[in-house]
Design a protein around this ligand. Sequence first.
Ligand SMILES: [Zn+2]
Ligand SMILES: [Zn+2]
Length: 252
Amino acid sequence: MGMARPRPDRLTAMHEVATGVHRLGRKRHNFYVVVEGGRVTVVDAGGCNELGLLVDGLTTLGMPLDAVEAIVVTHAHTDHIGFAAEASRQGIAVKVHEAEAAFARDHSAGTQVATGDLPLWRPHVILFLAEMVRAGAQRAMPVPGVETVRDGEVLDLPGRPRVVATPGHTAGHAAYFLPERHVLFSGDALVTLDVTTGTPGPRLLPDVFHGDVVQARRSLEQLAALDARLLLPGHGAPWHGPIAEAVRAALG
Ligand SMILES: [Zn+2]
Ligand SMILES: [Zn+2]
């Protein structure tokens, strides 16, 4: 009996969730690839161990990492900005909302989720934290060269993402909306999985995850106004339907 060879993790495989839009990540957290005309926008950057997932995913599409024009980051938590530092060193532009830039450049400048405040007796919390460690999300990787975007700005990138400022989860959280494809990348402003219980469906993350819960709820109004029919969150499965319906469910 030799050493077991590492098996490919089926959960890390890339899935096309809409034409030219691919979901990457693992079971409990996501990042995305938008392909247009042979060029790529990446939405969020997983944990710092996950650049390889992106490279492997692009390889299955027959594309090199060089095809990535930019990584747009919803917020600077370590499970969303993880490999952006490494990509930035390799010359890829990394963009974040202007109110999140200080946090992206220096992790001590933002609100972290206090792991000690999570209900650690819950199996789903342990599974989530284990996934975070595997992704490298226990380590903060600052992105000194991060570029900033503004609310309402339409980015000259594949998919023409529009910035939708959605503060609350963090001070400078932004969602990204693809109007032509009716797709919304909602980051942690609106998710479809309660990572502490495993319960699926559109919702806010539990209060402990948000810097400002009142503001997080208020920001959902910005999302409800969009003509989005596919919700692609930072945590949880894709959700099909009018975004206003997802927001109603989240506000309970
Ligand atoms: Zn977050
Ligand atoms: Zn997250």
